[in-house]
Design a protein. Structure first.
Length: 362
């Protein structure tokens, strides 16, 4: 087994898009499976917790940092093969996600074009079942290559074995600490039509006279829409220092949906009669977290110390400069408690909270 270059007390805030959090007690980079295996063994022999870091675009690290080993998993490489009319694209976990999407669009491979502009790396996409503008990665993931920490061996899981759900998977749920993702293979459609399902994308394309857009045009449209919402990484944009959407859209029963709308109507909330909702294939109704937050009285720009709601996107909590993790979480709790009091619905954080307790009370 190869030697692992382990550093001590490495700051983690610069490795995350939110820019908050304390140091890693120990830190190592892993560019391939051997290094991942060495990192897992190093932590186990010392009785230390192991935390796997990717692009840092969906994590909130505690101000106290991480007491164990932070293993920065960064395998690179993109390979493609054609089989039975489909193109299978294998990408290392360390590949920047948007680079893969750009490669797909440039080659005319349909299936991920609406996921353009999302920060982070390939390895995170199965964990969160990353999705946006009408597409989820679970629609195209063929398999996920992992290192099974418990069994100490490589394991490849099929799409069905990943347990995908709305912004969830087995990697985020019951097996959160078991598998380290090394690579992901996506099944894309060469020459396929772009997915134009989302109203914002449809509107943008129509306004620009694109009745039959190409994959590249849909990709560019999505990036422009995201940029207007400060959801594209941009050092010059103070609203872009975030983890993207902080809360998931809640999925509730039809009875709860009706009760939420009744509360909104009784409170005189704007647009209560046309409260946004979407049926969920597995049952239930998905509500708009942004709509609930706004109707609970929270406005864009609302601050708690140096943490704030983005000026351009209600679901994004941003670091205005020098914010602490405690301030970000404090603002998130304030929003959660306000929505719960107004509508009886509990919002759930979308990012991974590292050594942070969100708690059940404000």
């Amino acid at each position: 087994m190869r030697d692992l270059a382990v550093q001590e007390n490495v700051p983690l805030a610069p490795l995350s898009t939110l820019g908050v959090g304390g140091p890693a007690r120990f830190y190592a980079r892993a560019g391939d499976r051997d290094a991942v295996e060495a990192g897992a063994a190093w932590a186990e022999t010392r009785g230390l917790p192991l935390f796997v870091l990717g692009g840092g675009s969906n994590v909130v690290v505690a101000d106290a940092g991480v007491p164990g080993l932070v293993l920065h998993v960064l395998p690179e490489g993109i390979e493609a093969r054609n089989t039975n009319g489909a193109v299978y694209v294998r990408a290392g976990a360390g590949v920047m996600w948007d680079d893969l999407v750009a490669t797909a669009a440039d080659n005319g491979w349909a299936g991920v074009e609406c996921l353009s502009g999302i920060p982070g790396r390939v390895g995170a996409t199965p964990i969160q079942n990353v999705g946006a503008y009408g597409q989820d990665v679970s629609e195209t993931i063929a398999s996920v290559e992992t290192f099974d920490v418990a069994a100490r061996r490589p394991v490849t899981l099929s799409n069905e074995e990943c347990g995908f759900g709305y912004r969830s998977s087995r990697f985020k749920g019951p097996d959160r600490d078991r598998y380290i993702i090394l690579a992901v293979e996506y099944r894309l459609a060469p020459g396929g039509a772009p997915a134009v399902r989302y109203p914002d994308v449809q509107r943008h394309l129509a306004e620009n006279g694109m009745a039959s857009p190409s994959l590249a045009q849909v990709r560019q449209a999505v990036i422009e829409i995201r940029r207007r919402k400060s959801m594209v990484l941009d050092p010059a944009d103070p609203n872009a220092r975030s983890v993207g959407s902080f809360f998931m859209n809640p999925v509730v029963s039809t009875e709860t949906c009706a009760a939420v709308q009744a509360r909104a109507v009784a409170a005189g909330a704007p647009g209560a009669g046309e409260m946004p909702r979407w049926p969920v294939p597995a049952g239930g109704v998905k509500l708009s977290a942004a709509w609930l937050i706004e109707r609970a009285g929270f406005r864009r720009g609302h601050r708690k110390g140096q943490a704030a709601i983005s000026d351009n996107h209600t679901l994004a909590l941003v670091n205005r400069g020098g914010a602490t993790a405690s301030e970000i979480i404090g603002l998130a709790r304030e929003i959660r408690d306000g929505v719960r009091a107004a509508f009886g619905v509990s919002l759930v954080p979308e990012p991974v909270l590292v050594n942070v307790s969100f708690g059940d009370a404000g």
